[in-house]
Ligand binder design. Sequence first.
Ligand code: SF4
Length: 353
Amino acid sequence: MNTIPNTLIDWYTAHRRDLPWRKTKDPYAILLSEIILQQTRVDQGLDYYHRFLETFPEVSDLASASEQEVLNLWQGLGYYSRARNLHKAAKRIVELNSFPDTSSELLKLPGVGPYTSAAIASFAFDEVIPVLDGNVFRFIARLLCIEADPSNEQAKKVIRTFLESIIPKEDAASFNQALMEFGSLQCKPQKPNCETCPLNSECIAFKQSKVSSIPLKKEKPKRRKRYFNYLVVLENGKILVQQRGGADIWENMFEFPLIESLEALDIEDLAPLIPNDILKNASVGRYFRRKKHLLSHQEIYSTFLVLNLDKEVSIEGKKWIPFAELEDHPFPRIIDKFLEENSLLEGKNPRFV
Ligand code: SF4
């Protein structure tokens, strides 16, 4: 009999963190936690998990919310496609009239991949299916000494087959929780606790002194550089904003009027590019120089040029909002930070006026 499952479950019983989504079988709460944790640390995700459940206690509450409400609540977590997919998944579940209860049905929901579908099926519905996230990949790749990076499909297949051969049918959910927690806390990316590891006598990478080189590092794709020159257009306690379109980052979120350029611009280069309907009524205020903002595949360099208008002009595709209503609009972090740093979120006049 393979002793690994029992060793893991014993370790888990002694070391597990007390996390709210581990105390529920509610598939909606588990879906929520899994989507939030996809690219977010547990300590940061906890707050959002509680906030979402308080605002939308049932999947039907989330389904009937507007996208703007969902994005507002998600603000600060980044990777906004997760919020949009979560919203679409909630709508789909309501249309189906029941929560999908198998991994293959869950996989059809927007934003739900093999890992998330397996996790919900296992934790909410006790399906006997192993979960394979980044922590589990690292741990098992070391245990079996698989020298591959986490995107290697062949390596994932080998790990899945191995896990399927040892997963206990009577308590698959605890085994999966233990696997993930072990990968996260014991078999950590840096400085894993090999000396105290209850599996070190079976761990091939440990015995062959290869722990630090497994898993292999995936070559990072080069980030695309973009230059966002924002116009902060103000008039009598109001600010001009526009909503971003689709097929790009921050879809449907709000931002200031934007001039995107292929290279960094100085204020002298920027002035002739400002739309005439703004420029003709404006006095130029402060200029905030470049800041770098990293996304997974893009490097955004932003500048902010303040323009004070002497009267409100209407500009197609843009709308004026009073400072006090800024909080009701979802902005990407880059804009939100600017608003915060200049006290605009408090509904007051900005610091630079
Ligand atoms: S011995 Fe080290 S590398 Fe191997 S499973 Fe344990 S913690 Fe991970």
